[in-house]
Design a protein around this ligand. Sequence first.
Ligand code: NAP
Length: 446
Amino acid sequence: MQQILEAIQAGASGDELSNIALPDTYRAAYVRRQDVAMFEGLESADKDPRKSLHIGDVARPEIAPDEAVVAVMASSINFNTVWTSIFEPLPTFGFLDRLGKESAWGKRHALDYHVVGSDAAGVVLRVGSAVRNWKPGDRVTVHCNYVDDQDPSAHNDSMHASNQRIWGFETNFGGLADLTIVKANQLMPKPSHLTWEESAVNALCNSTSYRMLVSDNGARMKQGDTVLIWGATGGIGGYATQYVLNGGGIPVGVVSSPAKAALLNELGVEAVIDRRAENYRFWSDEHTQDEGEWRRFGKKVRSLVGDDADIVFEHVGRQTMGASVFACRRGGTLVSCAATSGYMVEFDNRHFWMKLKKLIGSHFANYSEAWQANRLVDMGRIQPLLSAVYPLEGVGEASLKIHRNEHEGKIGILCLAPTEGLGIDNPEKRALIGEDKITLFRRHGG
Ligand code: NAP
């Protein structure tokens, strides 16, 4: 790997990279099948990713004709790695076993270890015989939509494909490693003005927020729409906030500390709710929601922007769904992609049907949406949310921070990249976009 890293740093050509032998094993972050019961009986909050995520050498698999081997310079932690590491809502080995039964190539994934990670920025080292658009030496980012292009159901919106998967969560050989194996149709050009770690944090969260708000498949936000964004400085929330500002919408950002509120202000958001300071208690006990608290929240939104929310950007789930449905305006749209606080959600259906609201389920993004979202990063219109950087050995620690909601934006992970700050190919473009804009979250994260 050292030889590969040195070649990349020296700007080696694709041919030169092709001539360097790939190692039989590579360093990766993984969970083990033998550990899936290790947290049994513990509360979710007490499950510690540092205990289940291991760093060590794993065997490099052969690539299929439609795949590529990428040298991963940097990756990032997504919430799905937290889920995998605490084996909730279920261990991911079931996904790998199912994939293993689908085809001879799928069989490679059904192992007793699961290499995790659903983001990467790096350099293509090898491509399979059927790959046409990419070659060794290409500097890329990787999106996580993993689809079988011989499945007819994958050819309208590939997120509707019957066997659609998330790479590094529902497949093996993910991005938190020195090498990764991906389908060629997961590759996108690396934004030329960003460092490796800045390039690595965007694809999963940015594409998800793009589909939820901008794409025809999502809420189709338009100028003047008021958009209520939960977790507005978090991974998907931070990109959602930028889309609303860029698209002429009016964001109402919900966060949980004065520091996060200040960060939102700096990003250009005027209407900010500190949910902790306001002390909302949407659930009075485990089984009962408090409509008075929904009303107090709705009133707060109206007091800030003069109206109810046209769109609610939902991903918190059980804790907030009742309030979200209430705070959405008559005829408005809620778009949901997750349920961090619990997936059995409850809301008062009368507020939903009597006021003709719409609820859209959304999940990651198809290749076209991911490409559009990546293009906006490349043009400097969407900024990376990198707030902290850890080495690969720190994957457990970084996952714990996200599990405990002690972070802002995105945490980047250095894989092959020896230090932060490398990989900028176009410093002039970076200067034009502005260092201050690009590094806002990083400066905030310290
Ligand atoms: P994140 O960086 O941890 O951000 C989540 C934010 O939610 C936090 O910043 C927090 O903001 C807020 N939050 C957490 N608990 C809350 C509660 N009880 N009430 C109100 N707000 C709360 O995570 P992320 O990367 O944005 O992901 C968020 C969720 O989306 C995760 O469940 C993830 O798995 C899911 N996701 C799904 C997809 C998909 O394709 N379906 C893609 C990406 C992410 P404050 O504390 O500041 O309020």
